[in-house]
Write a protein that binds this ligand. Sequence first.
Ligand SMILES: *[C@@H]1O[C@H](CO)[C@@H](O)[C@H](O)[C@H]1NC(C)=O
Ligand SMILES: *[C@@H]1O[C@H](CO)[C@@H](O)[C@H](O)[C@H]1NC(C)=O
Ligand SMILES: *[C@@H]1O[C@H](CO)[C@@H](O)[C@H](O)[C@H]1NC(C)=O
Ligand SMILES: *[C@@H]1O[C@H](CO)[C@@H](O)[C@H](O)[C@H]1NC(C)=O
Ligand SMILES: *[C@@H]1O[C@H](CO)[C@@H](O)[C@H](O)[C@H]1NC(C)=O
Length: 500
Amino acid sequence: PHPSPARDQALHNGRWGLKAVAPRLWNALPESLRLVGVVGLEIHAQIRSNTKLFSASAVRFSSPPNSLVSFFDASLPGTLPVLNKRCVEAAVMTGLALNCTINQKSLFDRKHYFYADLPAGYQITQQRRPIAVDGVLNYSLMGGKKKKNQVVRKSARITQIQLEQDSGKSLHDDLQSQTLIDLNRAGVGLMELVMEPDMSCGEEAAAAVRELQLILQALGTCEGNMSEGQLRVDANVSVHRPGQPFGVRAEVKNINSARNLARAIDYEIQRQIQVLESGGTVQNETRAYDSKTGIFFLCSRFMPDQAVVVQEIRDRLPELPHVTRDRLVHAYNILPEHSFTLVNEDGLVEYFEAVMKQTRMNARKVIGWVTNELLGQLKQQDGSVGQSPISPSALAELLELQETGQISSSGAKQVFQEMWRSPGKTARLIVQEKDLGLVSDTEQLHGICQRIVDSHPEEVNAIRKGNKKVLNKLMGLVQKETKGRADPVLVQAILQDKTS
Ligand SMILES: *[C@@H]1O[C@H](CO)[C@@H](O)[C@H](O)[C@H]1NC(C)=O
Ligand SMILES: *[C@@H]1O[C@H](CO)[C@@H](O)[C@H](O)[C@H]1NC(C)=O
Ligand SMILES: *[C@@H]1O[C@H](CO)[C@@H](O)[C@H](O)[C@H]1NC(C)=O
Ligand SMILES: *[C@@H]1O[C@H](CO)[C@@H](O)[C@H](O)[C@H]1NC(C)=O
Ligand SMILES: *[C@@H]1O[C@H](CO)[C@@H](O)[C@H](O)[C@H]1NC(C)=O
């Protein structure tokens, strides 16, 4: 079928394929008849290094155009490449962290193609013997068939990790119909990670990319900022029926955020399912933009060897995200899904641990505060943990007030909201100003409870007849009257006394 605006609109609205249109019929189909997605990723990660892969030019984001270009980067005749040892070590370290086999000897190849931002007319890359092969990326996602908050473990095989040069950038100026070239990025070291098609949907791909980002950041081999192009993801997407060969694939290229990656892949899967279910065929194509096709040549010159000692790098491996998660689960006796949220949110582990150092509150209660209250507020404003107006020690002070019985939990939540609105005000000050302290004056509470009991004879009767649950309703009414400040233990005791 030809593309049509109406169908595109339907796809956007999520009304696609048998699964959406007739979910019962889809569920009734044996698995072997259901079309499912197959996703493979290719990821380019810019190596965090002071200098480029084969030259001494500095590597910096957003410098003036063409200010970081050596004669070699501009491919002037007579210049020679000198391999940057730091880049080799970064690729080896990344390979080790991903359980790859490190090739004791690896080679560079020239990939020839013509493109304005590639002055040499070829890219130096690795085709026949890359640095690392046969690894695995373990990752997890939230959700499961029964429990929504379950951590589901998955893995995707890594075919290889190769070192190669980044290209320059072309800036198209349509007004003056000219193209400007910035060679600052030309020759920056890239690790290209090629993965097997082991994923089945956008959510899995996004979770895998997030885990890889965390690993690279922990290793310090790549800063991993997708919007700055330090991590660039391409995906091969096809659909098939389980047990049958993969279908024709389409390539989705150059995606700049994990969320867009998930969307683009799911859109493409649904598009292909729609095409196949309505009797069409999927075209073998690249969506978004055409890949540059290349031919490989052997490097004709021997470069000086660059030897690194793999065992030394293995010994230097830092704590990886999955180890951090296990450590948090054991150290604080929290659930795996909590450690997952902590590690996946930038800066949240540090925040949580800083709070834990300054409060006696139990870790699971602190987790509730950090993941519900703090993250909830931040998400509403699209902010990051580093932008929180409430510092870990300010939150710890608030939690201490709750923990030592000076405020109730609902009072604490009110104080939190106020702290958020007025940065710098301490919890203690807000409790004083707003009179949010716990009411534990027995006489005052007796008075309030008596009024509630007197005005609710039916409820009191029900409690006397043995329906103890109704007591909660009365407790709620007392809290309503005191704006959530009444000491719940006292209130319960007083009410029990008055209704027995
Ligand atoms: C991936 O998970 C498997 C199974 O849990 C484990 O044996 C393997 O060591 C893990 N690999 C990495 C690199 O974490
Ligand atoms: C992969 O991980 C396993 C388990 O951690 C380890 O025993 C094995 O040596 C690793 N393999 C490579 C090639 O690093
Ligand atoms: C990534 O880069 C963008 C653009 O420079 C910046 O706004 C953003 O804060 C960076 N993200 C992180 C996590 O550093
Ligand atoms: C898609 O598959 C083709 C053929 O195997 C490969 O050349 C290409 O690099 C793959 N692209 C991605 C993004 O995996
Ligand atoms: C897709 O097209 C490429 C190049 O045009 C070709 O090499 C490849 O075999 C095709 N793949 C399929 C599955 O048709």
